[in-house]
Design a protein around this ligand. Sequence first.
Ligand code: FES
Ligand SMILES: [Fe+2]
Length: 426
Amino acid sequence: MFIYNAWYVAAFAADIEAGKTLGRKYLNKAVVLFRTESGEIAALEDRCSHRAMPLSSGHVDGDVIRCCYHGVEFDGKGTCTRIPNQARIPAAANVRHYPVVEKDHLIWIWMGEPALADPSIIVDSPEHNDPAWTWRPYNFPVKANWQLIIDNIMDLTHVPYIHARTIGGNPEQHYNADTKVEFDGRKVTLLRKMPNSIPPKSYIDAGGFKGRVDRWQEVRFEPGIGMTCRVNAGGCDAGTGAYEGKRDNGFMLANNHFITPETETTSHYLWTICTTAPKESGVPDVLFDQFFDTITEDEVTLEAQQRRIDDEPERAFVGTPAMARSTRRGGCSARCRKRRMAARSLPEPPCLAYISNIAACPVRCAMLYRHHEDARTGGSDRGSSGDNPRLSARRIDPGARAAAQDGCRLWGGACPGDPVCASAPA
Ligand code: FES
Ligand SMILES: [Fe+2]
């Protein structure tokens, strides 16, 4: 499943050099990116209309790209501008073009309906332009489905296990973190506080902590805008006011994750690590190296998961209600509400099957909601329509409701303490 009407990061701006082509696949579609002479970015389908040669094998010449096979040329909008030795150029010779925007050193692409591409909704990455921040970009091609990557970021209980050598910490403190999940329109925010924690290695190396710290992890995910997870994390000496906003004397980082599906089982995982630590302190380099190791650990994990999923793709994940309770207390209600909203607009059996396999519910339900709202409305933003769970539940097709409830059963019945499950009419 792909969500087409959303912005995705196609590449870092620096990856697209003047006069060069960059061929990549997004959402199973081959795309060629290039800069025209004026510096504008263009994105076209990577297939010549003449004999299907990849245009990424061609040449950029001024404002056009020339196919390397027989010399047919296209401008940045995909319009065929020249067919050698032929005066008439049929409209059928044009190729598809995709809306693209260069912003904050990132190239964003819209793979859906072009008329719905609104650049004003693209999420900001202010750290990339602010001299107070030092940052570094990375691009990991990961052999795993894009949803696994988002699940991984939104479920940080993996941190003490997978990242024991870097940003980990004590598993007990992670599982007992004060955790909330908030929904705001299309946005999902995960807020975690770990007061009085033993700092992990990365925090000691970068922050120089001698004792315990008040640690925070704040993740913002905006599925309607693009597959972007922005993580703000850090720590301050325990009891010095980190949770009241006094963080200047602590250690802070921003870790931006841009997840773009390549195929159903491979993804472009572009990410940046940003810090306010002064360059001359040497801290940024320590942090960047450790985060390279950290995300490499994620990559290894994700690819291992995908291999097992590929072995038996029909098998569902098994829910762990105790874990859900301890890590997403605040998220259960919202999770069920979103699931019901998704179910209400879900007529297609494949999607119902998908619902019953939900593991990281808050995120996936938000995506499903968006996906199906798009399908129903042609991509218009319906905001919080259907937000009343009682009314929504009455409109749910019985089969859809049963499937959604099966999903809940994966978590051991109704979500813990969830008022929507308890109140939904039979
Ligand atoms: S295949 Fe491109 S010009 Fe012939
Ligand atoms: Fe991780």
